[in-house]
Unconditional design. Sequence first.
Length: 127
Amino acid sequence: MDVVYDRCAGIDISKADVEVRIRVPGGGKGTRRRGEVRTFPALTSGLLAMRDWLLAQRITVVGMEATGAYWKPVFYLLEHDMECWLLNAPAPLPSNRPLRQADSPRSTTPGGGGFHRWLRISWSMGL
């Protein structure tokens, strides 16, 4: 059975910045879901602004993808307010397949269309 989260976010964390893509319901009945992407600096002020924005959007589930330990400050900041998932990066593309812009991890962060097929949760901490 497929699980659909009404208000979710995908976060791609790097050393310098944090890219956040949200998916929330549209304005009225029968309207399409709304998506928005914002980039925040990976400094305390940027992470606090990111958290405030996610809370203002009433996000309940966050999927994070990061290399190394860069996910830890983001996780510790969000863990008390929403369900946080640490996700494994997608498998590398075959070398004989041409790379397109849509293949970029930054263009397909969790919460973006179609990314759900790639999710492999490595660790989840619920509320």
